[in-house]
Structure formats: C-alpha cells, structure tokens
Design a protein around this ligand. Structure first.
Ligand code: HEC
Ligand code: HEC
Length: 201
C-alpha cells in the first residue's frame, strides 16, 4: 500500500486530535480544587473553622509549649471579660505583674518586660534628632540600649498585642513546623533578656 504525503499528515493530525481530546475529557471537579473542598462558585455552604478559645479559667489551665525559642507564650486560659485592655483595667497586669511575686502559681512576666529597649529620642532646638543625648544623622542609626526598670515597661502594657489565646481548630494544611530549642527547658520558659543582642553586636 502506498501512502501519499497528504494521507500521512491527515493521520498525524487525527492522532494529535485524539490525544488532545482524551486529555480534555479528564476533568477536575470544582470541589477537588483548592483546600476547602467545596464548590468554588458558592459561598453559602462554605464556612471557616469555628474559633474555639479555651474556656478553662486562669489557674486551672495547662501551659502551651512555645512555638520557638523566646516566642511570646500563648495564653492557655480563658480571657473572657479581660479584653480589651484599657488604661484603667488591665487584669493581665493585676495577676501577672502585681500578684505573681506573691502567688507562685501565676507565671510572672520575664525581666524583658521590666526593661526599656527604646533609646531616648529627642528633637534638639536646631531640628536635629538626638538619641541618648547624642545627635544622629539618620534616625534609624542602630542604637541598642537597655535600661532596667522597676515598673512594667510601657511598651509591654498591651499584653494581647503579643500574647494571643490559642484556638482549637482543624487546620488545613497541617503545620509541621518543628522548632529547635538550643537548651533544655526553653520550650516552657524564656531568657530573652540574656540574649536579645545576639546577632546585633
Ligand atoms: C486571675 C489571674 C490571671 C489573669 C487575670 C490572667 N492570667 Fe494569665 N495566667 C494565670 C495563671 C495562673 C497561669 C498559669 C496557667 C494556669 O494555671 O491556668 C497563666 C498563664 C498565662 C500565660 C502562659 C505563660 C507561659 O509561660 O506559658 C500567658 C502568656 C498569660 N497567662 C497571659 C495572660 C494575659 C495576656 C492576660 C490578660 C488577657 C492574662 N494572662 C490574665 C493567671 C492569670
Ligand atoms: C511586645 C510584645 C509583648 C508584650 C506587649 C507583652 N509580652 Fe509577655 N512576652 C513576650 C515575649 C517575646 C516573651 C518571651 C521572651 C522573653 O521576653 O523572655 C514573653 C514572655 C511572657 C511570659 C512568660 C514568662 C517566663 O518566664 O517564661 C509571661 C507570663 C508574659 N510574657 C506575660 C505578659 C503580660 C501579662 C503582658 C502584659 C502586661 C505581656 N506579657 C506583654 C512579648 C510580649
């Protein structure tokens, strides 16, 4: 049998077409796309995981292991009625700063919270910026200072800015992050005040 060039090219086109069609027939459902596994065009049946904070009252909860070294620990207990923190009402401070030294069941804030790390910044009469009494050309000129205070540092007053309650949820995708702690016990306590300048000096 003799094939003309034309017959061959028609056969080739047909072959490509068949392959193309069989690929197109393999469809991916809307529900299998994305992480939520529901119809991408409808929001009505798609709801996020419910936020479920601990209902265990302070004093009976179990501390949560730190996510990494010197991480601000998560709040393990119920915070109902404690938030928002205001100038006149900071219950976190009442327990963790004022009562903790007398009640050993309450974890006391670490030394870092009694330390002022902000360089004293002032504007001189000639318009120049001074940090710790020295004129600086660039306000971001790195200057590390640390002054021990006898009272809670103002920058630590708003506890919930850094300490969040933990919500029980079915996270997708799962978090498989594993922290490496450089010393024993650093997953339950902190020593930031001792090593805050690591990598800076
Ligand atoms: C009635 C006293 C009380 C109040 C008010 C309180 N806590 Fe606590 N907190 C505790 C106790 C006690 C623990 C230790 C765990 C336990 O026994 O429940 C704790 C644990 C913690 C921890 C974990 C510490 C660690 O090393 O893992 C953090 C963080 C914390 N609280 C932050 C807060 C914040 C932020 C507030 C305010 C929203 C607050 N607490 C209000 C008593 C209190
Ligand atoms: C600017 C962020 C920030 C604020 C604001 C803050 N913390 Fe912390 N906190 C941290 C970090 C970071 C750590 C862990 C590292 C360290 O400082 O030692 C920590 C540690 C703690 C610990 C654990 C102490 C230990 O010995 O392990 C307690 C308890 C705590 N904070 C309570 C509080 C309370 C109560 C407030 C409000 C009065 C507060 N923090 C405000 C960042 C913050």
């Amino acid at each position: 049998m003799k094939f003309s060039k034309l017959t061959i090219s028609i056969a080739a086109i047909a072959a490509i077409f068949t392959v193309g069609c069989s690929t197109a027939a393999k469809t991916v459902s809307e529900e299998s796309l994305g992480l939520r596994k529901t119809d991408l065009y409808s929001e009505s049946n798609t709801t996020g995981d419910k936020t479920q904070y601990s209902k265990t009252v302070a004093g009976t909860s179990k501390k949560i292991e730190r996510a990494f070294e010197n991480a601000p620990p998560m709040v393990p207990h119920d915070t109902e009625g404690m938030l928002p923190i205001t100038i006149d009402n900071n219950q976190c401070k009442t327990c963790h700063v004022d009562s903790a030294p007398y009640d050993k069941t309450i974890p006391e804030v670490p030394k870092s919270h009694f330390t002022d790390y902000r360089p004293m910044t002032t504007l001189a009469n000639d318009g120049r910026i001074e940090k710790e009494g020295k004129a600086v050309d660039n306000t971001s000129d790195l200057k590390t200072t640390s002054k021990s205070l006898t009272t809670l540092a103002g920058s630590r007053f708003n506890c919930s800015q850094c300490h969040a309650p933990q919500s029980e949820g079915n996270n997708v995708p799962q978090n498989v992050f594993k922290a490496e702690f450089r010393g024993t016990g650093l997953n339950t306590k902190s020593n930031l005040v001792d090593n805050i300048n690591e990598g800076v000096k």
